[in-house]
Design a protein around this ligand. Structure first.
Ligand code: AMP
Ligand code: GLY
Length: 424
């Protein structure tokens, strides 16, 4: 098989690494990819949003399976375009990717089908949102831009004034562009967060092992929100009791709801959960693998991932048993100092070769490129260093040991990824 992967981050590197293990795959392409991915796949300089060019490329190379890693092309309808051209593609169609693409849609879906989530209101006009904040709201409160905003469209506001400023930023100043055409105002919840990813074939859902992300830039969950500074898997807070609750009230009900709405979901559903005192609640849905959740979940997966992709497309997922290693994994993101605000790029990266002969240690590239025969930094998140271990403590020690193998100017990482396991 010839496989095309769409995307360029650490998640796509992890997907490419796993696809490369499949005995059925003879050639991998990645558009646009990065320096790390280029060791496993032929990277082609087509952007993830250049949908027509991607379709043309897949036709020309007779690609047997395309896997979409990123949210933007899914929400823009890349799957529909591939299907219209008669190409096999893994991911939700546009009418199902809206589960991630519109928070107003996902909240209304959860309300209609009684899937547990925070109480909320949707607003189309800033005046109405401001009036609500003035008269009905309690604080803290959460504002969410309706559309995709690189994970930055969520504001947690402690006071009425902050919230009013937030409404202005999102709806009037359009800080997140058209993503702010609608606004969700949501009840503030507290509790531990867990990411649960799943394969879905329109009807059947298979849950992957749990993970926890660290979204803030600095130790102790301080600093700004980022794309994710590190992950661990499994989450010790995701107990059998939580799993049972989610299976009954969240996972299958979501798949059934999408089907009932005439929007059958085929692909990955990522459940962002908060474990509140009242039980698990959905914080958000994503329509693709998490980044950097993929970098801890995929290395622990026993199955051939190509079988899973194909069974989702063909509607035969019920025949597959999804299995994970009985171990743990930790991923520490190495970023450019200053991320997510401003940072420099172009620094040579040393030590990558150390990973080559090491089992259970991986360096997944996020923002890297080739420059005159060497690999240099090319983004805020540069690398994700993943290590497995018999348990979370061992995986964590292994990951931080491997972090020291890598060196580049302005290298920055959190030192407390996975520390929460001590609280379990
Ligand atoms: P989201 O993009 O919806 O996952 O939101 C980003 C982050 O904002 C989440 O990971 C949570 O940490 C936080 N968040 C979102 N919604 C809520 C909520 N209703 N209550 C408290 N925190 C929230
Ligand atoms: N790590 C969170 C996300 O991929 O959205």
């Amino acid at each position: 098989m010839k496989v095309l992967i769409i995307g360029s981050g650490g998640r796509e590197h992890a997907i490419a690494w796993k696809v490369a293990q499949s005995s059925r795959v003879s050639k991998i392409y990645c558009a646009p990819g990065n320096a790390g991915i280029s060791r496993l796949a032929e990277c082609v300089p087509i952007g993830a949003m250049e949908i027509d060019r991607l379709v043309d490329f897949a036709k020309e190379k007779e690609i047997d399976l395309t896997v979409v890693g990123m949210d933007d092309p899914l929400v823009a309808g890349v799957v529909d375009a591939f299907e219209a051209a008669g190409l096999r593609v893994f991911g939700p169609r546009k009418n199902a990717a809206v589960l991630e693409g519109s928070k107003a849609f996902s909240k209304d879906l959860m309300k209609k089908y009684r899937i547990p989530t925070a109480a909320y209101e949707v607003f189309e006009y800033a005046d109405a949102a401001l009036c609500y904040l003035e008269n009905e709201a309690s604080f803290p409160i959460v504002l969410k831009a309706d559309g995709l905003a690189l994970g930055k469209g969520v504001l947690i506001c402690n006071t009425r004034e902050e919230a009013k400023d937030g409404v202005k930023e999102i709806m009037l100043d359009k800080k997140f562009g058209t993503a702010g055409n609608k606004l969700v105002i949501e009840e503030f919840m507290t509790g531990r967060e867990v990411s649960v990813l799943s394969f879905v074939d329109g009807e059947t859902i298979r849950i992957m092992t749990s993970a926890q992300d660290h979204k803030r830039a600095k130790d102790g969950d301080q600093g700004l929100n980022t794309g994710g500074m590190g992950t661990f898997s499994p989450s010790p807070f995701y107990t059998a009791e939580v799993d049972e609750f989610c299976k009954k009230y969240i996972y299958q009900p979501t798949v059934d709801a999408m089907k009932a709405e005439g929007r059958p979901f085929k692909g990955i559903i990522f459940f962002g959960l908060m474990l509140t005192e009242k039980g698990p609640r959905v914080l958000e849905y994503n329509a693709r693998f998490g980044d950097p959740e993929a970098q801890v979940v995929i290395p622990r997966m026993k199955n051939d991932i190509v079988d899973l992709f194909e069974s989702c497309i063909d509607g035969t997922l019920s025949r597959i048993e999804l299995e994970f290693e009985d171990n743990a994994a930790v991923c520490v993101v190495l970023a450019s100092d200053g991320y997510p605000v401003s940072y420099e790029k172009g620094y040579p990266i040393k030590g990558l070769e150390t990973f080559e002969e090491k089992e259970g240690r991986w360096v997944f590239h996020a923002g890297t490129r080739w420059d005159n025969g060497q690999i240099v930094t090319n983004g805020g998140r540069v690398l994700g260093v993943t290590a497995t271990g018999a348990d979370l403590h061992k995986a964590r020690a292994n990951a931080y040991e491997a972090v020291r193998w890598i060196d580049f100017d302005n290298k920055y990482c959190r030192s407390d990824i996975g520390k929460a396991i001590d609280e379990a």
